[in-house]
Design a protein around this ligand. Structure first.
Ligand SMILES: [Zn+2]
Ligand SMILES: [Zn+2]
Length: 395
């Protein structure tokens, strides 16, 4: 058994406000876990890495990605072969990792490619990519938000949902994604179109929870957000029109919200250049409302997770770190509170026993930055940051 000592670093451990100066931690090279952590005199080790007073924080956990999508197209470009989708997914995973994302939860990928890749990653056959909590293909009503080529399972009753989710879990889904409303990216619907019924989504929740898996709902408007909450999902994705009544229930039932605000902001700011009018009209009409509604949910105490919708238009695979800054600026939060979204991502995905903070017993997934992220969230956006997974440097 050999050990590596990382020393001379300033630590943001992912859960406590403030930087601890002059820290060190010792990683077991075999397990990739942190064994000891402290400051002052460091213990002996087989290998020593001097981080020269740089800032260390936990690797990022992005809980809303579509690695098989093409971020440069208006609708994800899902009508492609499996081979192309695999190549695209691996390229996107590398970009995520380089930006600092060491774990993702996918929110629906064509051909279940996220499931296949996560199995390869867990077997050690695919490296230098983030680990994955895969959703496989999402669940949508016919003509709904997931009704795109090679993407959603189309289900139109509780029985169809039960069978489809059981099949998805059998194939290896570790998270279930349902479509509660229309969305920005689908021409045939709107954010306030309710889609899957509360009963259909509840069927998915029952099946997923039997296997201790989480369920996320794409839910942008009402009454779809309320339907998803009543169905018992674990996270509301987007939640653009979340209201006081829903916020109360989300707090009561510990339902997380993934705002994907950076992507919405980018589409709203830059989308006119390349996106079709029908898509831009939806975002322009909604943007100021969604900032107000998300701000209301945040300040009432709903736990927000870090997720970017990477793969959708203007939701770039390198932009996960930007989400912290956009949230802090638009929702008027502290830098620390914004960074806590990463911990909430670990909690939502039940990875928090092993990931999300830097403490003894946790995996050494961490970033090395030149500047203090608590002082300036732009520090996390550093392009040439160092990225480690299980104590091994990847970038
Ligand atoms: Zn969505
Ligand atoms: Zn999405």
């Amino acid at each position: 058994m050999t050990e590596t000592l990382y020393q001379n670093l300033n630590l943001f451990n992912g859960k406590d406000d403030g930087i601890k100066d002059h820290c060190w931690f010792l990683v077991d090279d075999q397990s990739g876990k942190i064994e000891k952590l402290g400051n002052g005199a460091a213990p002996k080790a087989d290998h020593i890495v001097d981080l020269h007073g740089k800032y260390v924080m936990p690797g990022l956990i992005n809980v809303h990605t579509h690695i098989t999508f093409n971020q440069f197209t208006p609708t994800g470009d899902t009508d492609i072969s499996q081979t192309r989708a695999v190549v695209r997914a691996i390229k996107n995973l590398r970009t995520l990792l380089k930006s600092g994302v060491t774990y993702i939860r996918s929110c629906g990928d064509i051909y279940n490619i996220d499931i296949v890749l996560s199995k390869l990653i867990n077997a050690g056959e695919l490296t230098k990519v983030p680990r994955i909590v895969p959703a496989g293909r999402p669940y949508s009503m016919t003509g709904g938000h997931g009704d795109m080529p090679n993407w959603g399972y189309l289900v139109d009753s509780c029985d169809e949902m039960r069978k489809a989710v059981r099949r998805g879990i059998k194939r290896g889904a570790k998270s279930i994604k349902v479509m509660a409303t229309g969305g920005v990216m689908t021409e045939q619907d709107f954010m306030d179109d309710p889609q899957l019924s509360a009963a259909e989504m509840h069927t998915a929740v029952v099946e997923a929870h039997h296997k201790h898996l989480i369920v996320s709902a794409h839910a942008e408007g009402n009454p779809g957000i309320m339907n998803a909450i009543k169905a018992g999902v674990d996270s509301i994705e987007h939640g653009f029109y979340v209201n006081d009544q829903e916020i109360k229930l989300m707090l009561k039932h510990h339902i997380y919200l993934t705002p994907t605000l950076g992507g919405a902001w980018k589409i709203n700011t830059y989308g006119d250049k390349t996106l079709p009018k029908w898509e831009m009209n939806k975002m322009h009409n909604a943007f100021s409302d969604l900032v107000k509604n998300l701000s209301n949910a945040w300040h009432q105490g709903v736990k927000f997770t870090l997720g970017t919708d990477a793969g959708c238009p203007y939701c770039f695979f390198w932009d996960t770190p930007l989400e912290f800054e956009i949230i802090a600026k638009k929702l008027h939060t502290s830098n620390f509170a914004s960074l806590l979204m990463n911990l909430h991502s670990a909690q939502l995905t039940k990875l928090d026993d092993h990931y999300g903070t830097l403490e003894p017993g946790k995996y050494a997934d961490f970033l090395v930055l030149d500047h203090d992220p608590l002082k300036d969230l732009k520090a996390v956006q550093q392009k040439d940051k160092q990225v480690y997974q299980h104590g091994k440097r990847q970038f």
